[in-house]
Design a protein around this ligand. Structure first.
Ligand SMILES: [Zn+2]
Ligand SMILES: [Zn+2]
Length: 263
């Protein structure tokens, strides 16, 4: 199994799961559970939808962490004694492997990664060819879960804070001050998380659509122009289907394999 033993990355991952658990438990306690059964919205259905979103986000995160992002095999290139001072430009001396212009070396993973975008401590892994889909899905589901939390908090405030509709809430009115405090905490942490994942998601999608990556942009790597559909199909592993939205394995695209051999 692929796993990076990096203390900073492991700490960030544990932190991510703690934030998710903290915010979701507050939202359920403060916003969803107080909604009474006689309300228009059933709390059980609200919790099930919320759990599905969080489960898909958490699963995408976990699979992103344990998926080989596209590590090139090591020690596949041997330098002759005479050439030791002038290695060919498309070789990584640390991994001793040949690499195409889309392959970059990661100093945390200590490997050359195909189509490396960046090393993300929040998933304790590089984001590359085989796990960019999982990274995007993690950002997407967490963004939707944050939006859902905001909607639930607004519904809770609009139903339960109003004196006339207070009977629609199961929570006693004396507890609303505590609820307000906890709701504000959930709103603040969720808001910061929402901004973070939305910016990251926008950045990832613009890279995918333009067939580039964070490192390629920094290094000004010449990139082949392709259709948006081809770029999306390569990242999400095939033609548009339900599997684009599920954290399933990404298979190597045939045209990409040919491209790798030619480089
Ligand atoms: Zn390398
Ligand atoms: Zn890495």
């Amino acid at each position: 199994m692929w796993f990076i033993y990096d203390s900073c990355g492991i700490g960030c991952c544990v932190g991510t799961y703690c934030i998710m658990t903290f915010v979701s438990s507050l939202v359920i306690k403060v916003a969803i559970l107080p909604l009474g059964r006689e309300n228009y919205i059933s709390p059980s259905i609200c919790i099930i939808i919320y759990m599905i979103l969080l489960l898909l986000g958490g699963l995408s995160h976990f699979i992103c962490m344990i998926t080989d992002p596209g590590a090139m095999p090591r020690n596949t290139f041997h330098i002759a004694k005479d050439d030791i001072n002038k290695p060919p430009p498309q070789v990584c001396l640390r991994c001793r492997c040949e690499k195409s212009h889309r392959v970059h070396h990661c100093s945390v993973c200590e490997r050359c990664i195909d189509k490396m975008d960046h090393h993300c401590p929040w998933v304790n892994n590089c984001v590359g060819y085989y796990n960019q889909k999982h990274f995007v899905l993690f950002l997407f589901y967490i963004m939707v879960a944050c939006l859902y939390s905001f909607i639930m908090l607004i519904i809770r405030v609009s139903y339960c804070a109003s004196y006339k509709k207070a009977e629609l809430c199961t929570r006693p009115r004396e507890d609303t001050a505590l609820d307000l405090l906890l709701g504000m905490a959930a709103l603040f942490v969720g808001g910061v998380f929402f901004l973070f994942v939305t910016v990251m998601l926008y950045d990832q999608l613009s890279c995918i659509i333009n067939n580039t990556s964070g490192i390629d942009l920094l290094k000004k790597t010449p990139i082949e122009k392709r259709s948006v559909r081809t770029n999306l199909e390569e990242t999400f592993g095939g033609r548009f289907s339900i599997f684009w939205f599920l954290p399933t394995k990404v298979k190597r695209n045939l045209t990409r394999a040919v491209d790798m051999i030619e480089n």
